[in-house]
Ligand binder design. Structure first.
Ligand SMILES: Nc1nc2c(ncn2[C@@H]2O[C@H](COP(=O)(O)OP(=O)(O)OP(=O)(O)O)[C@@H](O)[C@H]2O)c(=O)[nH]1
Ligand SMILES: [Mg+2]
Length: 372
């Protein structure tokens, strides 16, 4: 029987009528032994590659989430299993439309994704939202705070929201996001939204993994103020001026007209497609159906003229080359002979004893010799 004791505020002369009792506390131990001896942490059953593949294809949410965690892992053993899973699901991938979304902080990306995502779900589609945030390797990634802004979307069983992988180089984060896209497609997601909050490099990375690239801006701030580089406008397939509501409608329309003028003089971001600027209000849910029909039109045109498939094929090769380069560079600079020879060679260059071209040959020689 469980031993009970009276609480400390019980009157000393209290009899049986004083029924309150408390359970004795657990003896103080250090927290590790507490976990081990009293409450063992239940370890999830290890899944086989077949379990993963079957779970993903049947859209078993638990297995699907675990597969993404596996893909995001940096351990060599996990990498191997993840690669085998991806190889096996590859035939079931590629059927979604992949949309990249970028824009300045506060433009309303998260609000737009919530509204747009729910709209797509109302059409019977399944939506995955992934994020690339280079800063998240240091901070926890801003999309985490977004869960509040995507509250309804995150509750929907036809939506899946994943913050940016929080560790690794930009290259590593890219690999993880690309592979997560494949898992989402195999699990039957129809639309993949890849959000980036970065300025510059991360936009280019996202462009290299999506079919359609959407830039969200607001009126009332010049490009300079918005921190948008011309290069980002040049890779956009549509510009969306958000917050076209209330008093702001006229200004938003004027901004869209201005961008449309400017776009006239820019080269096509996608062959055979003319980028235009539109307005919407993520808050009031206007202009949302219009941007979806723009994306549908884009898909139809680029699939007909072959640009859609060409781009996806190009992205695969680009990705292969990028990973090869990253791998080779890492291997080279981690090579002991290279590491040992570089300090002296650097000194000699700085003292004017050795020209850089000759130095390159010396380092390469050292590297090559070390490998035989
Ligand atoms: N009036 C109006 N306000 C909006 C609209 N969309 C977003 N907002 C507001 O703008 C602010 C920023 O919106 P977010 O969706 O967080 O913007 P974001 O681009 O995701 O911001 P970051 O994640 O910080 O880069 C919030 O206060 C929103 O309520 C809109 O269509 N109209
Ligand atoms: Mg946001």
């Amino acid at each position: 029987m469980k031993k009970t004791i009276k609480p400390e505020w019980t009157p000393t002369n209290a009899g049986e009528e004083f029924a309150t009792t408390v359970s004795p506390g657990i003896e103080k131990t250090d927290s590790h032994s507490f976990n081990r001896s009293h409450r063992p942490i239940k370890k999830a059953k290890k899944l086989s590659t077949e379990d993963y593949v079957e779970g993903i294809l049947n859209n078993n949410r638990t297995v699907f989430s675990r597969a993404i965690t596996l893909v995001e892992s940096n351990s060599a053993q996990h990498l191997e299993q993840a690669q085998e899973i991806i190889r096996q699901i590859l035939a079931h991938t590629g059927k979604s439309i992949r949309i990249g979304i970028t824009g300045v902080p506060g433009a309303g990306k998260s609000t737009f994704i919530e509204t747009f995502g729910l709209y797509l779900i109302s059409l019977g589609l399944k939506v995955a939202v992934l994020a690339i945030d280079p800063s998240s390797t240091i901070s926890k990634g801003s999309i985490l705070g977004d869960k509040t802004r995507m509250e309804d979307l995150s509750k929907s069983e036809n939506a899946f929201i994943r913050p940016s992988p929080s560790s690794g180089t930009l290259g590593g984060v890219n690999r993880k996001t690309r592979e997560t896209i494949l898992l989402c497609e195999a699990a039957g997601f129809d639309v993949i939204l890849v959000e980036t909050v970065g300025v510059g490099q991360s936009e280019i990375s996202v462009r290299s993994m999506v079919d359609f690239f959407l830039l969200i801006l607001i009126s009332g701030a010049g490009d300079e103020l918005q921190g948008i580089k011309k290069g980002v406008i040049e890779i956009a397939d549509a510009i969306l001026i958000n917050k076209a509501d209330g008093d702001n409608i006229i200004r938003a329309k004027a901004a869209a007209a201005e961008y449309n003028m400017a776009l006239h003089y820019l080269a096509e971001s996608t062959m055979g497609w003319k980028t235009h600027a539109f307005t919407c209000s993520a808050k009031e849910k206007t202009g949302i159906d219009n941007i979806w029909s723009v994306i549908n039109k884009f898909e139809e045109i680029t699939k007909n003229n072959g640009v859609f498939d060409d781009r996806r094929q190009g992205q695969l090769i680009e990705w292969l080359n990028y990973m090869l380069e990253e791998h080779i560079i890492n291997e080279f600079f981690n090579n002991k002979a290279v590491k040992d020879s570089l300090p002296q060679i650097t000194k000699d260059i700085l003292k004017g004893k050795l020209p850089p071209t000759a130095a390159v040959n010396l380092v390469l020689d050292a590297y090559n010799k070390s490998r035989y």
